[in-house]
Write a protein that binds this ligand. Structure first.
Ligand SMILES: Cc1ncc(COP(=O)(O)O)c(C=O)c1O
Length: 399
């Protein structure tokens, strides 16, 4: 770290000029391709982090580069006074492939959730109903705006930012018995992640999501499925709700949808969305033609059943290789939902392991203090998986 490398020089400037809310790696990426990244000093890394489940098709995918390049030659931004073909095409695709009939585009998961809650409240208020409470769950993560940290339950995310948004009740994730009391005739919406990613890749049980649907319908509450991290092929289905035999009222999507370009989407039905008349909500950049052009390509590639089957196959490759660790008692638990894997470390801090992995040329992310989270590109090759796991073995087993 002390030598005067290109990485270190830039990283030193970072510490001086950036708000100290992140603590990024000591190296600075220079270029990337597929599931490999090279830093300013030309060191190579295998990427098991996927930009936290964002780089769904890896880095520098030719079809995405082409979509971005072609649109960038036409126009970049026209505002929502005008619309644009990539946005219309993407919305059409999303309605054809999911339960949804109407789409709102934004720029992030946080914004997609913000829109979802606003749509739900407007739905009720437009019917003259006063109900405005929101039900969320312990250990959930929905983003970093004041609304979304209020929906989440992390003290670290909330402390010092009070007052939080009122009217939010938190239930226990996967606790079926609590739902009847939790959701009432004052509940405007229930928001849930089908798989809690930031908590460490914990999937909701089928019974829980089905019961949530049942109770929400019974009490007239809108069911919002936050698929910001679980969506766009991450779990091996285009959207994870599809594995639960339910029809949501709203789904939020972001992260992998743009494959690395910022985009958020709130998907809903005409019935739920019809109160969102002109002037009720908006976003300067939402529906940006370059972002939508790239997302169109991502959806075309990821929605192919063969591609989605490949995600499940690669999950098995990971799990087979990782099972060798469990035997050795390095991990106390391994959970997976497609190419999204949480490995709980025994007696080790995840960030310490991640820092050691950088030295050896492997990039991972964490969830909580002791969980290594793997969320690689959905098209990572088997060779790259093996290579990355070999590095992990070296760090954790000394092999
Ligand atoms: C389930 C979920 N919802 C919302 C968000 C927030 O998305 P963004 O960081 O794009 O605002 C995240 C981000 O990790 C997430 O995992």
């Amino acid at each position: 770290m002390k030598e005067n490398t290109k990485n270190n020089k830039l990283r030193g400037i970072y510490d001086d000029v950036m708000l100290p809310n992140y603590s990024p790696a000591h190296f600075i990426p220079e270029k990337a391709e597929g599931s490999r990244i090279w830093d300013k000093d030309n060191k190579e890394y295998i990427d098991f982090g996927g930009g936290i489940a964002v780089n769904s098709l890896g880095h520098a995918h030719p079809a995405l580069i082409n979509a971005l390049t072609e649109q960038s030659k036409k126009f970049w931004h026209v505002s929502n006074y005008l619309t644009n073909e990539p946005a219309i095409n993407l919305a059409k695709k999303l309605t054809e492939l999911t339960f949804a009939e109407n789409i709102f585009f934004s720029n992030s998961g946080t914004e997609a959730n913000e829109a979802a809650i606003k749509i739900a409240r407007k739905f009720h208020s437009s019917k003259g109903q006063k109900r405005n409470e929101i039900v969320s769950f312990q250990n959930s993560f929905h983003g970093r705006s004041l609304l979304n940290i209020s929906l989440g339950s992390s003290d670290m995310h909330r402390n010092g930012f009070e007052p939080l948004i009122p009217g939010i009740r938190h239930g226990n994730f996967n606790d079926l018995a609590s739902l009847e009391d939790l959701i009432t005739d004052q509940t405007a919406a229930v928001i849930v992640e089908p798989v809690q990613g930031e908590a460490g890749v914990y999937a909701a049980s089928k019974e829980f999501i089905k019961e949530l649907r049942k109770e929400s319908s019974k009490k007239g509450a809108i069911l919002i499925i936050d698929e910001v991290q679980s969506g766009v092929g991450r779990t091996g289905s285009l959207y994870s709700y599809m594995d639960y035999d339910i029809e949501p009222d709203i789904v939020t999507s972001a992260k992998g949808l743009g494959g690395g370009i910022p985009i958020g989407a709130t998907l809903t039905t005409k019935m739920v969305g019809e109160s969102m008349q002109p002037g009720t909500h908006g976003s300067t950049f939402g529906g940006n033609p370059m972002a939508c052009a790239v997302a169109n390509e991502v959806i075309d590639i990821v929605s192919d059943q063969k591609f989605l089957d490949g995600v499940k196959e690669k999950e098995s490759v990971f799990l087979n290789l990782l099972s060798e660790f469990e035997v050795s008692k390095v991990f106390s638990a391994i959970r997976s939902s497609g190419l999204w894997i949480g490995c709980d470390l025994i007696d080790r801090n995840a960030n310490d392991v991640i820092n050691l992995a950088y030295e050896e040329g492997l990039i991972m992310v964490s969830a909580g203090t002791n969980c290594l989270r793997l969320a690689p590109a959905l098209n990572i090759s088997n060779d790259e998986i093996e290579e990355g796991i070999k590095i992990l073995k070296r760090i954790l087993l000394g092999e």
